[in-house]
Design a protein around this ligand. Structure first.
Ligand code: HDD
Length: 706
């Protein structure tokens, strides 16, 4: 019996540190049928025949009295609920939040004041525009909605991976979403904004410009949910025991660092694995390497708000971390897979209105509108007002009220009193424990107007752009050219370039050239009389804050018959200890027989495991293997794509002909191509992989590079 490697693909990890327990949703609501138990109807009646409907004679008509058939089909016909009007495609997991530092000076919320206490969470990641069955890797904002089941009720922080939004007033949300979704006549394109309607709306809505810079950046094509930041976007309030309010912006910061994909890679991944993001999250948790985020807050007061260049109520603006540092107060680990996608991920209902005592709203007009929309949408989706009784939505603290009845009411009050006040007993309001809205003084005329303090739409867009590294700036230009090139109307393209001239003149020129515009259009009239020159802010860049480690990433090892076992074993062990994961890819499904007879079991056959699925690759091939693969288009794509996508490539000396046949000639070799002569070279290779990509290479392989 030959030795077999390649089954255990890596990554035990931080799980132990967090004392994780998989499948925390499990005990909540799932029924695991016993093997062999009797199949019944919904009424519990045992079923004798689940293969054939009741008929008159074997070849005769079906009978209406077959109640099992009718119940089964009736239920099937009603399996679907409306998908979310936005964020339809999502993936939810359970987790736990632990508070590390008390914010008692600022808030009375227990979740933010009881150090060391843990709070169960459910997080749903999502894309925004695509339908439920669309692919994971759209160029899009990612939702990062978090439900904290606190001791004082559920707190929902319905966040995104981008800290600003397209619009300033919720009344424009239906227009934004209509424009972004497929056009109403043709119902395409799916899950993408590269079309006239989106850019028409955007270019007629200058307040979207800052958000557009983020959406055209690599933030919108994240490598994984695990490598994304999350932002509460709005200024909220923290309210302390004395009733004093402090403004707060919430941040989630991934321990594994930020990482994104390349656009060409994205388009190929969508074909190779449309479930790339959800599979990544599932696998990470399943393998015992759950992702961890720090919860951070930016705290500021009225004095800061008054002297800040922008309005803290404007959701199209950030507060740079240099001006108000992010204070880390806690961490959360997402380590629990759902037991049932529908029960948990599909039925979870996030509402921005769900706050707990000590956290409050501000007058941000987007937030105020959201507070109506989320509750309303749950009614439509989940069919009645009792969705709060579904286990995934039910608070994990005492619940006591006199709201009653309605569709599917399963939590009903016993006894005679269903009103308050009453003389029979039951729950009573509590001025000391209860939620108190911040008693902000408000006074004004009823108007439909935007404040002048919301009018500078370009300064922070420019700040974002100048904060990026040159390669990230190039990607923004490339993305704009790609998206706008899909617009049929030239006036829409020109209008966007006119806006770009208020953001960055070079970017405007690059895009105009990329689009083949005959001349630069005049700059768009800027509503704000003063555009401010802001300092670049490093936290806005992904590349400047690269983690410098391959931990949590995935190595693809292409192995052929006769490959050196010592190298393959050293690689797999070293990857596991990072911790990271690897997959062995082989030319044939049966695996590859290494030079000592060991069988390397392939997780993927090469046709199903293109290099776009990996963060770095190794070509562990023998001379015969290299010769065989040199004639194979898929194998050559594996190599040439890895090279074009700026990946680190380790290779045995025997792989050189394969590299050459794949278009990587000796003169193309750079420090990202690392020859592995044996196990001793593995540590240095993985250390180099910690750079994640060799960005300098992109300028050599891309026609658009200046
Ligand atoms: Fe929204 C879903 C995030 C503005 C109306 N939104 C939804 C989800 C996220 C966000 C993460 C998915 C929740 C889940 O996983 O179930 N939305 C945001 C952010 C916004 C924002 C960060 C701006 C700062 N949203 C926004 C506005 C409106 C809505 C201005 C309406 C006026 N959003 C909805 C909704 C959704 C939703 C229609 C669809 C499904 C749902 O709520 O539960 O109500």
């Amino acid at each position: 019996m030959p030795k077999v490697i390649g089954k255990d693909t890596g990554a035990r990890s931080i799980a132990a540190e967090f004392d994780t327990e998989r499948g925390q949703g499990g005990e909540l609501h799932q029924i695991a049928p016993e093997d062999g138990e009797v199949l019944t109807t919904q009424q519990g009646v045992p079923i004798a025949d689940d293969q054939n409907t009741l008929r008159v004679g074997e070849r005769g008509p079906a009978l209406l009295e077959d109640f099992h058939f009718r119940e089964k089909i009736f239920h099937f016909d009603h399996e679907r609920i409306p998908e979310r009007v936005v964020h339809a495609r999502g993936y939810g997991v359970h987790g736990t939040f632990t508070l590390k530092e008390s914010l008692a000076d600022y808030t009375r919320a227990k979740v933010l004041t009881e150090v060391g206490e843990t709070t169960p969470m459910f997080v749903r990641f999502s894309t925004v525009v695509g339908a439920k069955g669309s692919f994971d890797l759209a160029r899009d904002v990612r939702g990062f909605a978090a439900k904290f089941y606190t001791k004082e009720g559920n707190w929902d922080l319905v966040a995104n991976n981008i800290p600003v939004f397209f619009i300033q007033d919720a009344i424009k949300f239906p227009d934004l979403v209509h424009a972004a979704k497929p056009a109403p006549d043709r119902e395409f394109p799916q899950a993408q904004t590269a079309h006239d309607n989106f850019w028409d709306f955007i270019t007629l809505t200058p307040e979207s410009m800052h958000m557009i810079m983020w959406v055209m950046s690599d933030r919108a094509i994240p490598r994984s949910f695990r490598f994304m930041e999350g932002f509460g976007v709005h200024s909220f309030r923290l309210i302390n025991a004395e009733g004093k309010s402090t403004y707060v912006k919430f941040h989630f910061k991934p321990r594994l660092g930020l990482q994104s994909l390349m656009w060409n890679e994205v388009q190929k991944i969508n074909g190779a694995d449309p479930d790339f993001h959800r599979r990544d999250l599932w696998d990470a948790i399943d393998l015992g390497a759950p992702p961890v985020w720090d919860l951070g807050v930016q705290l500021f007061d009225d004095a800061f708000a008054d002297q800040f260049e922008f309005d803290i109520l404007d959701p199209t603006k950030i507060i740079p971390e240099e001006q108000v540092p992010v204070r880390i107060v806690g961490e959360f680990v997402l380590d629990g897979l759902v037991d049932n996608f529908f029960a948990e991920t599909e039925q979870v209902a996030f509402c921005t209105q769900n706050l707990v005592p000590g956290i409050g709203f501000t007058n941000d007009p987007l937030l105020q509108g959201r507070n109506f929309s989320y509750l309303d949408t749950q009614l439509k989706r989940l069919g009645g007002p009792n969705f709060t009784q579904l286990p995934i939505n039910a608070p994990r603290c005492p619940v006591s009220h006199f709201q009653q009845d309605g569709h599917m009411a399963v939590r009903n009050v016993k006894g005679r009193a269903n009103y308050e006040p009453n003389s029979w007993g039951g729950p009573r309001q509590s001025p000391s424990l209860g939620y108190r809205h911040f008693d902000a003084a408000e006074n004004g005329r009823k108007v439909q107007a935007r404040p002048g303090s919301f009018s500078d739409h370009y300064s922070q867009a420019r700040q974002f752009f100048v904060s990026q590294t040159p390669i990230e700036q190039k990607h923004i230009g490339d993305a704009l050219v790609f998206e706008l090139s899909k617009c049929e109307r030239v006036d829409i393209r020109e209008r966007m370039v006119a806006h770009l001239r208020n953001i960055d003149e070079t970017l405007a020129r690059v895009v105009a050239t990329g689009l083949g515009l005959p001349a630069l259009p005049d700059a768009a009239p800027a509503a704000s009389p003063t555009l401010t020159t802001l300092e670049p802010s490093d936290p806005l860049s992904i590349v400047k804050r690269a983690p410098g480690s391959f931990a949590g990433r995935k190595l693809g090892i292409l192995v052929t018959d006769g490959a050196p076992v010592a190298l393959v074993e050293a690689l797999t062990e070293a990857v596991k200890s990072l911790p990271a994961v690897y997959e062995i890819i082989t030319p044939k499904t049966a695996g590859a027989v290494l030079d000592d007879g060991t069988v390397a079991q392939g997780k993927q056959k090469i046709d199903g495991g293109p290099s776009v699925l990996y963060d770095a690759v190794v070509l562990a091939v023998s001379a015969e293997g290299a010769a065989l693969l040199s004639t194979d288009k898929t194998a050559k794509d594996f190599v040439s794509d890895a090279f074009a996508h700026c990946k680190f490539i380790g290779y045995t000396a025997q792989a050189l002909p394969l590299l050459a046949r794949a278009g990587v000639a000796p003169e193309d070799h750079d420090e990202g191509l690392i020859q592995l002569d044996g196990a001793d070279d593995v540590a240095a290779f993985l250390a180099a992989c910690g750079q994640l990509r060799l960005w300098d290479r992109e300028l050599k392989v891309d026609l658009d590079a200046e």
